[in-house]
Write a protein that binds this ligand. Structure first.
Ligand SMILES: [Mg+2]
Length: 366
């Protein structure tokens, strides 16, 4: 099997209602999608978060065998493709092709699934421009519980009063049994993160995500040690194994959250997973993208064993983005949904999804 053609698609989906995390207002959802063709008529799809220089990548990939995915990864990284968020898209597409070539889903190529139904958490509860914001947030949270989710995540990092008021209201609304995580998106300095974290601890947050800067090893450690019993999560923005090295080896996090379309695709995420496992840290992938990234994340997360395995393992929780995004809900002919709080891993060859080209064209801004 040889690569014969490559197309890149820059997609944009305008939101009907903008929303914010601690860092920015979001008005559109965007994605960089790659499509790789081979001489046996197969097409592989991948998604990254950085633009891909199409002529350069064509020249690099033409004539190569998609089964040489690790070698291609290293060659791209060595030859100036420093942006791992672009290499991620290539890597995912190569694995899609490998699966399609042998008629197997990617989770089998990765060594087999630990689960084909992954418990999901509803990732939403953003800040919006609306009156009675706390009531709207509690209604949204209750809606997720009513839809069958046993776990939810809310955006914090929006000021001590905002965070404490809204976390308290949501905990009150959903009760004690719902797993409730909070995400500050690197919105605080160390002192503020600790101050807010101590106040939020009264409401039993399961994890406290990105309390401080993404690559601040000492800062994350300081927050973690100051908040015993509160798990610190992070890593969603990091590119490549080496970016994780000190944060994992110095135990700056309890939970590591690589994003398959940023951290380097299946090839690199398996290495990051191994490093985290060697240090006793949990891996719960980040997911914030199109149907392609959703499928890729599901295949990888399906294969991550419970650690430790046992009668009552810590759940593998899939980040299910609940916000409006046609790139997630329309791009695959059969969308991947969270049903009764679980995501089913596609079982068809490769990523197991078929791309709707009409949708691809509709949102393309190439
Ligand atoms: Mg996050």
């Amino acid at each position: 099997m040889k690569i014969t053609d490559v197309h890149c698609h820059h997609l944009s989906y305008p939101l009907q209602e903008p929303f914010a995390n601690s860092r920015q207002w979001v008005h559109e959802r965007t994605a960089h999608v790659i499509e790789i063709h081979t001489d046996n008529g197969l097409v592989g799809w991948g998604e990254g978060t950085a633009a891909i220089a199409v002529d350069a990548i064509k020249a690099h990939l033409f004539g190569r065998d998609p089964f040489d995915s690790r070698r291609i990864w290293v060659d791209l990284a060595d030859q100036g493709w420093g942006n791992v968020a672009a290499i991620s898209a290539v890597d995912i597409a190569l694995w899609d092709l490998q699966g399609k070539a042998v008629g197997r889903p990617i989770y089998q190529l990765l060594g087999g699934a630990s689960r084909l139904k992954i418990p999901a958490y509803a990732s939403g509860l953003f800040r919006r421009q609306r009156p009675h914001n706390t009531k709207a947030l509690t209604d949204e949270a209750q809606g997720y519980v009513d839809a069958g989710f046993g776990a939810i995540k809310m955006k914090v990092g929006l000021g001590r009063h905002y965070d404490v008021t809204n976390v308290a209201a949501i905990r009150q609304a959903v009760g004690d049994q719902i797993l409730f995580a909070v995400d500050a998106n690197c919105g605080y300095d160390v002192g503020t993160a600790i101050d807010v974290g101590r106040r939020l601890a009264d409401y039993d947050p399961y994890w406290y995500e990105e309390p401080v800067a993404k690559n601040d090893v000492a800062g994350n450690i300081e927050v973690r040690l100051a908040l015993p019993g509160l798990r610190i999560a992070g890593g969603e923005q990091l590119q490549g194994l080496s970016a994780y090295r000190d944060l994992i080896s110095q135990r700056a996090f309890d939970i590591v959250q690589p994003d398959i379309s940023i951290a380097g695709g299946f090839t690199e995420c398996q290495r990051i997973e191994a490093l985290a496992q060697a240090h006793g840290l949990r891996v719960l992938p980040h997911m914030w993208g199109t149907a392609i990234r959703l499928a890729a994340t599901a295949h990888w997360q399906a294969t991550i064993p419970d650690d430790p395995e046992g009668l009552c393992p810590q759940p593998s929780l899939f980040e299910f983005d609940m916000t409006e995004n046609g790139l997630r809900t329309e791009l695959a002919c059969e969308p991947i949904l969270a049903t009764d709080g679980f995501v089913s891993v596609p079982e068809a060859p490769g990523l197991g999804i078929e791309i709707d080209r009409k949708v691809l064209e509709r949102y393309s801004i190439n």
